[in-house]
Design a protein around this ligand. Structure first.
Ligand code: ASP
Length: 352
């Protein structure tokens, strides 16, 4: 079994944990960022929408009964389709989350977010939030105006998970289509369907069903207070770009990133992080100029391992372990705020 997760309960012993029975209702703050979940479409059979049209109040009005699980309040952080997510919004989210927990303003946080880059935001926050309280992202594939909109159910489930004490200490999670996913492993795996998220390497941590939360796995790489990436001490993030490898690819973008002063490049390689001779030569040049190059892969699952078909010591590259290219970029950006030492950066990829 992969070393990232430890199986803590076997299926027959799975525990159903609810927030009920603890007396006081938990306070959950929703931080809204936009996305389809807050979108309004032109007609019930249309999935197209305009981002962030619906305020939090209206999102909550669509989930009657939520007041029985938690006292919910909301704040608008941004109003974007998540294809327009920015590092600035990530920093704003991180600041507000850490502040909410530092001041004990809430027991848990739910972030409503577009699905396109939700996995990146989840991983970024997993690496930067310094508290053990629940942080849960969710969204929807269909706008509120569509037939069978999935937003209300996802939001209800996310609040249920965030309100549950068993969620403490699990890092930042994504709740979608009744699955509870680790922010590190989760990926968007479908462009249009409501089962749009999966954890291709390790599977979901648990499920939320009928208002109950069931956990089966524990992540030993969940974010926690000892994270070295304290954004309060970091003003801006170094530039890191991603280059896609394919048959007969030319390395123009590698050279372009180097010339533009990027400090890191992630190669979305083929197979086990492989690339062709032209890429190899361009990577060699980039590394010699001090750019940190990380080999990842655009294969949907699996690890990229050191010293396979490419001699990383000789070329001076590091590998992504089982992070996809977009998550590798997040970790490399944060890693480069701490060090340029490749051994240390590589250790981050095996640790976080
Ligand atoms: N493009 C939208 C977004 O990421 C898609 C969605 O939310 O499902 O904001």
């Amino acid at each position: 079994m992969k070393n990232i997760f430890v199986l803590i309960t076997c299926l027959v012993l799975s525990i159903a944990v609810t927030a009920q029975g603890t007396g006081k209702k938990p306070h959950i703050i929703i931080l809204a960022t936009g996305g389809t979940i807050a979108g309004q479409g032109a007609a019930p059979d249309r999935a197209g929408y305009e981002a962030g049209k619906l305020p939090i109040k209206e999102l909550l009005a669509a989930i009657p009964g939520v007041e029985k699980i938690a006292d919910v309040t909301g704040e608008q952080i941004s109003n974007v389709g998540s294809q327009n997510m920015t590092i600035e919004i990530w920093q704003k989210l991180d600041k507000r989350i850490n502040e909410i927990f530092a001041k004990n303003e809430a027991d848990g946080i739910v972030i409503t977010h577009g699905t396109d880059t939700q996995e990146e935001t989840a991983y970024f926050l997993n690496l930067t939030v310094r508290y053990d309280k629940p942080v849960v992202l969710t969204g929807s594939m269909r706008p509120a105006t569509a037939i069978s909109a999935d937003g209300p159910k996802n939001l209800y489930d996310a609040i249920t998970v965030a309100a549950n004490p068993a969620t403490n200490g699990r890092g930042v999670l994504v709740v979608f289509n009744e699955g509870i996913f680790d922010g590190r492993d989760v990926e968007k795996v479908n462009t249009t369907k409501v089962n749009a998220f999966a954890a291709p390497n390790l599977g979901p941590l648990g499920q939320v069903y009928d208002g109950k939360v069931f956990y089966y796995l524990n992540s030993i790489r969940a974010g926690n207070k000892s994270t070295p990436f304290d954004l309060q001490k970091i003003q801006s993030l170094p530039k890191v770009g991603i280059v896609f490898m394919y048959a007969d690819a030319v390395p123009l973008t590698i050279d372009a990133f180097v010339n533009a002063g990027y400090e890191g490049i992630v190669i979305a390689g083929v197979g086990n992080g492989n690339f062709n001779k032209a890429f190899y030569d361009a990577v060699d040049k980039a590394v010699k100029k001090g750019v940190v190059v990380c080999r990842s892969s655009h294969v949907p699952a699996g690890r990229v391992t050191l010293y396979d078909e490419i001699d990383d010591d000789k070329l001076g590259t590091i590998v992504s372990d089982d992070l996809n290219p977009q998550k590798s970029r997040v970790l490399l950006m944060l890693g480069l705020t701490q060090t340029k030492d490749k051994k240390t950066l590589q250790s981050y990829f095996f640790k976080f």
